[in-house]
Write a protein that binds this ligand. Structure first.
Ligand code: AHR
Length: 502
């Protein structure tokens, strides 16, 4: 049997915010050191940034880049990361049992963003784990105040005369998680987040602030946490955060392929919770969602390794270096579809992370950089997923999953660009069967198929590696037709598809 849906320009979800294609650089493993920054590398520029990685980051099409953590931020002393690099202190990083050299810091992060290009925007987290209001204000003043105060002048003395102009700030990270240094109850966090937000707005009322939501929908405190935190912060913050990671568990690939069902319900439950608090406060203001960590992550493997072999404070160890298969990339693509389908409320999203650490870009110290399978869906979505998301209601055959019940085989969204071209992003979740798809195109003035590209492979476990860095990439699909206002295609089993029409 086949799947179908209808597209019509009058039925739209909302505009895609460019920040939906954000990413995340944490001081974790080799994301920074030997990832984006490696002085002495054959491709390093005079600032020690790897230009091979910079090229891939541009091609990936990332926008906002969250920094410096993650769990790392809950022990972060921003003062350690500024000034002459050789004088910066080495510190224990409790989050990852590593040693932080601080060779790469705030100024280097801003320089990195500038080198990516104007599309790259800072998204800076403050430490609300071991620190509080005062240190957040000091960091904000150091970063953003033009001149004439001790901290602004210190920045200038450090070589950064121009303020960094950081607009977007995260008020801590995963403060609901018992693993977080300085973990808090919702009441405790709600209070400190509110007071930090109030004070930061005293410096600059135009800052945009993200309050920590839950580290996952399965947290015991989920939803109650958001409601309590927002009751304190509703008028003071702009976004609440969501984090979600998925992995194949117990060989149950069918459930893994349906991970976005959980992701979409998570989004819808957070929207409901935000709006419930808004209703109780009789507020007209709407809180948007910052899905500022999302990805496939083999977390159970990371946890097992940490338990069996606790680290002895190494510098830039190999951590969380998941090597993604085609299957992982299909699930990853489905997560992108989930974000786009909720573009009216999810206005920031950060792929966690950017390089080496659960990342679309991998590097070898002193060696090459290459693309993981997940690089392709992200780059395609960032390039073609800009504009207005059209409402897609699929009529699809279904399949049974252990974790998510009965799930449609087709997962899809469509984005109409300013120039009128439409891009359909679609995943076939079936492990074995091709899925015929018909899309009725009404009132869109579409005349031709531009391309149909797919990521799928006879070997669902195929991946790109150091030895075979180009094993997997998208291929052109033949046989897709546009006739009499209907697009007809066949989606290969377990495939991520990009169908462009003009
Ligand atoms: O992205 C890896 C880690 O996942 C982050 O440090 C933390 O915020 C989350 O638990």
């Amino acid at each position: 049997s086949s799947a179908r849906f209808t597209l019509h320009p009058d039925f739209a979800v909302g505009e895609v915010d460019p920040r939906l294609f954000g990413s995340f650089v944490e001081h974790l493993g080799r994301c920074v050191y030997t990832g984006i920054y490696e002085p002495g590398h054959p491709t390093a520029d005079d600032a020690g940034l790897r230009t091979d990685v910079l090229g891939l980051v541009r091609e990936l099409g990332v926008t906002a880049i969250r920094y410096p953590g993650g769990n790392f931020v809950s022990g972060y002393k921003w003062e350690d990361s500024v000034g002459p690099a050789e004088e910066r202190p080495r510190r224990l990083d409790l989050a990852w049992r590593s040693t932080e050299s601080n060779r790469f810091g705030l100024s280097e992060y801003i320089a990195f963003l500038k080198k990516i290009g104007p599309q790259a925007e800072p998204m800076m987290a403050v430490n609300l784990g071991t620190r509080g209001v005062a240190e957040a204000l000091e960091l904000q003043e150091y970063a953003n105040h033009p001149s004439g105060t001790a901290l602004a002048d210190l920045r200038a003395a450090h070589g950064d005369k121009d303020p960094f102009g950081i607009r977007l700030w995260c008020l801590g990270n995963e403060m609901d998680g018992p693993w977080q240094t300085g973990h808090k109850t919702a009441e405790e966090y709600g209070r400190v987040a509110a007071e930090t937000a109030r004070a930061m707005r005293q410096i600059d009322p135009s800052v945009e602030l993200v309050a920590c939501g839950s580290s996952g929908q399965s947290m015991d405190t989920f939803a109650a946490w958001e409601a309590t935190v927002l009751a304190e912060t509703y008028d003071l913050v702009d976004y609440v955060s969501l984090h979600a990671y998925y992995e194949e568990l117990d060989g149950d690939r069918d459930s893994f392929l349906a991970s976005a069902v959980d992701m979409e319900s998570f989004i819808e439950n957070v929207v409901a919770t935000c709006d419930h608090v808004g209703a109780r406060l009789k507020s007209k203001k709407r809180i948007n969602l910052s899905f500022d960590e999302w990805n496939v992550w083999y977390l159970s493997k990371t946890q097992r390794e940490a338990e069996e072999n606790p680290l002895d404070w190494p510098e830039a160890p190999r951590l969380l270096e998941d090597n993604y298969s085609v299957t992982d990339a299909v699930v990853f693509g489905s997560m992108l579809i989930a974000l786009l389908r909720h573009a009216d409320r999810v206005t920031i999203a950060c792929l966690a992370q950017l390089v080496n650490v659960i990342a679309p870009i991998m590097t070898e110290p002193g060696g090459p950089a290459w693309k993981q399978t997940t690089f392709f869906p992200f780059a395609q979505a960032s390039r073609h997923g800009r504009g207005q998301v059209l409402d897609v209601r699929v009529d699809s055959p279904t399949y049974e999953t252990k974790r998510h019940g009965e799930v449609p085989l087709l997962h899809a969204t469509a984005v109409r660009a300013e120039d009128g071209t439409v891009t359909v992003f679609a995943v076939n979740r079936s492990q074995s069967e091709p899925l015929p798809l018909d899309i009725a195109l009404e009132g869109l003035g579409l005349k031709a198929l531009i391309e149909h590209s797919a990521l799928a492979d006879d070997d669902p476990d195929a991946r790109n590696t150091l030895d075979e860095p180009e094993r997997v990439s998208p291929h052109a699909v033949t046989g897709t037709r546009l006739a009499d206002g209907t697009l007809s295609a066949t989606l290969e089993p377990m495939s991520w598809n990009v169908i462009r029409l003009g």
